[in-house]
Design a protein around this ligand. Structure first.
Ligand code: DC
Length: 215
């Protein structure tokens, strides 16, 4: 591959973005990065520091010293591997408000851009095609009915939450994510919209691969 290619996959929680993006990355032999994992990593550090989510100044203070990294598929915050804690209930319930804090978004976006520089990468999130990579060569927006999204997250089995509480938290996060002042979840102007509710994983992957012409 000559010129580095950026592929943005946005959409609400549980639309299948990360599962699909990982497979597409393998098929194209490029790197995959889950931007939401960094919001979750920062949320974990905030919760561990006993700082309240409403404590804007407290969060700003620890944010200044937060160092994000990604190595061997692991999410590292301040030198600590937090990967195995990112899907726990406390993090899931607090990540959306944390990701609404503008300095948090600036911190994550800075890291994502530095990490991806000069690389071909497929990245999933909420604002990849709109804010992180506005010039991405390929942009997709994956969507699905909320019941289906909750069921998919439940079946991942890496959560301590019930199906009902997952659905409830998804509805709450969707609302918050779509109404953020900065980096809100929305369909980028030139994104390809895919409703995955009744599609198999293979069908979604193939739809995306069909559109991408990487030489
Ligand atoms: O994809 P996820 O469920 O792991 O994302 C966790 C939260 O982070 C979600 O509430 C939205 C937020 N997020 C964001 O605001 N921008 C991104 N690019 C990725 C995630």
């Amino acid at each position: 591959m000559n010129k580095p290619v950026k592929i943005a996959i946005d959409g609400p929680a549980g639309a299948g973005k990360s599962t699909v993006a990982k497979i597409v990355a393998k098929r194209l032999n490029i790197e995959y990065l889950d931007s939401g994992a960094f919001y979750r990593g920062i949320t974990k550090i905030i919760l561990d520091s006993n700082i309240k989510i409403e404590d804007y100044n407290g969060i700003n203070t620890i944010l200044k010293d937060i160092i994000l990294d990604f190595a061997d598929g692991r999410i590292i915050v301040n030198g600590k591997d937090v990967t195995d804690h990112l899907r726990c209930k406390d993090v899931t319930l607090n990540v959306s408000p944390v990701s609404s804090i503008i300095p948090v978004r600036i911190k994550v976006n800075e890291f994502l851009n530095i990490y991806s520089k000069d690389k071909s990468i497929i990245m999933d999130g909420r604002d990849i095609g709109t804010v992180v990579f506005p010039d991405a060569e390929y942009k997709f927006y994956l969507d699905a009915a909320v019941d289906e999204r909750a069921l998919r997250r439940y079946k991942e089995k890496n959560t301590d939450m019930t199906l009902d509480s997952i659905k409830e938290s998804i509805i709450k996060r969707d609302k918050n994510d779509k109404n953020k002042k900065f980096g809100a979840l929305k369909i980028a102007d030139n994104a390809i919209y895919i409703d995955t509710t009744n599609l198999t994983l293979d069908e979604v992957v193939n739809k995306i691969i069909e559109k991408i012409k990487i030489k």
